[in-house]
Write a protein that binds this ligand. Structure first.
Ligand code: SAH
Length: 349
């Protein structure tokens, strides 16, 4: 039986781990060993990216959704959810503001809004691409057909975020009613990669029903997919959903996963997520010091931000706001980092 430090060394030197080794890292590290792990992961991140943290301007384009995910505050049957959708013009205004603030990536995220259909999304991407030939455009608009993804790519989108949520199909079913399926989501992810998107996946930590075994399966799935981006955040309860009274996921475990994934995927773009910042006041700093290298300040119209309430108390002011880049810079400086405004594409070693 290897010691935990040996397993961390093995992971850091890019060798595949046995299941028992993963399980030890996921369940049995002491606080001191976790600190060592975070330190190593942060070293790998700085060796690859320096001390610059990439920023992405996040636009939440619609709170309408045809899906009914049990955890999500904007699920279609949440009668209390406040709905809005941005128009193309509003989106272009947000992009103009983002460009002025120095952003080089726009992320358009939203519910699967039937009114924002494939042609509409492609048209918006084309308009952004026309105005900003050099900026990166990231979409996060859910499960669509291969044709739709190809159309988005052709229109000028570069990247796509679609978390697999959980690799275990039984657990997937505990989180999502039919007709959704883990199988279709995974198929979408492989299609996105084939089409040439820089593709992001990931999962919530501590979602209802999640076991350590599931997280192990998630890591194996990520090894198979080889995503360019990996988003990891704690589950947070959302009012008006079947999971409204479930406990939030653990911030500690989320940060543990950030470090493990940084060591397993040294070049991946891994954000310090808003969910983690919502759970822990210093969540952003903790994630960066554990290997994260991206933050995604919110640039949605302020009057709509509260309505994109996928979980309760979602942070969208302070350093989570694109209008507060000075504050973000100060917080990063305080831990020895700074903002990197470059596009921040995925780079193979
Ligand atoms: N409709 C898009 C965007 C979903 S929101 C899509 O399907 O990809 C982005 C991510 O937020 C989701 O993939 C999910 O992992 C996360 N999320 C949703 N509800 C959440 C909650 N209650 N707590 C924490 N994260 C949540």
């Amino acid at each position: 039986m290897r010691s935990h430090c040996d397993i961390i060394e093995k992971l850091a030197s890019q060798r595949a781990l046995e299941k028992s080794e993963w399980m030890s890292l996921l369940t049995a590290l002491t606080d001191g060993e976790k600190e060592l792990l975070h330190k190593k992961a942060a070293e790998v991140a700085t060796a690859n990216f320096g001390r610059g943290i990439f920023v992405r301007a996040l636009l939440e384009i619609s709170s309408y959704c045809r899906n009914n995910c049990y955890y999500c505050g904007i699920r279609c049957s949440n009668k209390d959810a406040q709905r809005y959708r941005l128009t193309k013009e509003q989106i272009l205004e947000c992009c103009a503001e983002g460009a002025k603030l120095g952003f080089n990536t726009f992320v358009l995220q939203g519910g699967e809004d039937p009114k924002q259909n494939d042609e509409w999304v492609a048209d918006v991407v084309r308009a952004i691409r026309g105005e900003y030939p050099d900026k990166a455009i990231t979409l996060s608009v859910g499960e669509r057909s291969r044709e739709a993804y190809a159309l988005f790519k052709e229109a000028g989108a570069d990247r796509f975020l679609l978390r697999h949520e959980t690799r275990n199909d039984g657990h997937y079913r505990e989180l999502h009613p039919v007709p959704m399926s883990g199988e279709n989501r995974r198929k979408c992810l492989f299609t996105l990669k084939e089409i040439g998107f820089q593709t992001g996946s990931g999962m919530m930590i501590g979602s209802p029903g999640q076991t350590v075994e599931h997280i192990y399966e998630d890591i194996r799935f990520l090894e198979e997919l080889q995503p360019q981006m990996i988003g990891i955040g704690p589950f947070l309860p959302a009012t008006g959903t079947p999971f409204e009274n479930r406990p939030a996921g653990s911030g500690e475990n989320t940060i543990l996963l950030v470090s493990l994934l940084r060591l397993r995927f040294p070049q991946a773009l891994i954000p310090a997520t808003t969910a983690l910042s919502t759970l822990l006041p210093n969540g952003m700093e903790r994630a960066i010091l554990a290997g994260a290298n991206v933050v995604m300040p919110n640039i949605s119209p302020p009057e709509e931000r509260k309505k994109y309430s996928i979980y309760n108390n979602k942070k969208s002011t302070g350093a989570e706001s694109a209008q507060q880049m000075q504050l973000l810079e100060e917080r990063l400086n305080a831990i020895g980092y700074h903002i990197n405004y470059a596009r921040g594409d995925y780079r193979q070693e």
